[in-house]
Design a protein around this ligand. Structure first.
Ligand SMILES: NC(=O)c1ccc[n+]([C@@H]2O[C@H](COP(=O)([O-])OP(=O)(O)OC[C@H]3O[C@@H](n4cnc5c(N)ncnc54)[C@H](OP(=O)(O)O)[C@@H]3O)[C@@H](O)[C@H]2O)c1
Length: 300
């Protein structure tokens, strides 16, 4: 990691942060940001109570509903598919918001939000974030902190002179990077391999490398996706087959979020993962037969 990453958070600075999507990840971030002035934009306009269960403790969080106070950050932690429908009702209040950050998996929603913001007067800056933290909802109000990770943050569009500016405004527990779109694409490539396969085989991540048929499927899919990235000139900092196998091994006991969604009969984020890659491929007349077949098998 280079010196310009991870510019120190200024603990003296209390930021006003609105959170839109107080589910598993949103609750975890509200807990990290409990020394900031955090508010929630809830569906019913009411304050929200949550409990965050850590290894040693259960901490209570009470978040007031946002009353259009000025916000340093509006953090979106809905599922990708809910992004636009969650943000667009805030159109009249955008002048109160300095920066919007999309802290989600998947791709496609970032461009949709950027396009929408470009039609708005007094639009906030658009930022992106990606997290390797792990949290899940035990029930409606209780969120379990399942695994520590890192949250990267950066602008949607970097300007040449922006890299050294106003990093003191970053929420705590985030690390600034100048190339967030690339980082999201890297995570997308891994998710596009592990998530649909674990959902197809209804298996934990580790079985993708332990079971020889699953492993061959992983290798075919990863090779196909790496081919698309090369075709589109999208960077990958590692060999995708090797990296996907390493991550499946390192997270062997985990159930991917897509498998969890399938088991709980919730919509998955695959349209914003493999679906996004298929759309990119189609635009350029590039075929992704393994990816397409998987989406069909998984009912997308
Ligand atoms: N959980 C993790 O460990 C983790 C880690 C890294 C990245 N991510 C990514 O982070 C994103 C969120 O994941 P999650 O696990 O936190 O999902 P989640 O638990 O389902 O949380 C999403 C929250 O958004 C709320 N929401 C949806 N539409 C809304 C609206 N219009 N107004 C206000 N709230 C709204 C949902 O409310 P309802 O429940 O009432 O619909 C829910 O509380 C996903 O892209 C995921 O892939 C998650």
């Amino acid at each position: 990691m280079t010196a310009r990453l991870g510019r120190a958070y200024n603990p003296a600075m209390t930021l006003s942060i609105g959170i839109l999507g107080l589910g598993a990840l949103g609750t975890l971030m509200a807990w990290h940001w409990r020394d900031h002035d955090c508010m929630v934009i809830s569906k019913d306009g009411k304050p929200v109570f949550r409990q965050l269960v850590t290894a040693n403790n259960t901490d209570q969080l009470q978040l007031a509903h946002w009353q259009n106070e000025n916000l340093d950050w509006l953090v979106i932690t809905t599922k990708a598919a809910d992004t636009l429908s969650a943000i667009t009702p805030l159109a009249e209040h955008l002048h109160r918001i300095k920066r919007i950050v999309l802290l989600q998996n998947g791709m496609g929603q970032q461009e949709a939000v950027a396009n929408w913001l470009s039609t708005q007067s007094k639009a906030p800056e658009l930022w992106l974030a990606s997290s390797t933290e792990g949290a899940y909802r035990q029930n409606h109000n209780d969120v379990v902190y399942a695994g520590q990770g890192q949250t990267l943050i950066g602008r949607y569009q970097e300007g040449p002179d922006q890299d050294t500016q106003d990093h003191d405004c970053l929420p705590s527990n985030t690390v600034y990077v100048p190339d967030m779109l690339d980082r999201l694409r890297h995570k997308l490539a891994i998710n596009a391999v592990i998530n649909p396969l674990t959902a197809l085989y209804r298996c934990h991540n580790g079985e993708l490398v332990r079971h020889s048929d699953y492993r061959q499927h992983l290798q075919r899919l990863a090779a196909e996706i790496a081919g698309l990235y090369a075709f589109l000139n999208w960077s990958l900092p590692w060999d995708l087959i090797t990296q996907a196998e390493q991550i499946a091994t390192a997270t062997a006991a985990n159930q991917s979020s897509t498998l969890q969604d399938v088991l709980q009969q919730r919509p998955t984020e695959l349209p914003y993962i493999n679906g996004y890659l298929l759309a990119q491929a189609e635009q350029h007349g590039y075929a992704l037969p393994h990816c397409a077949e998987l989406m069909t098998q998984l009912g997308n």
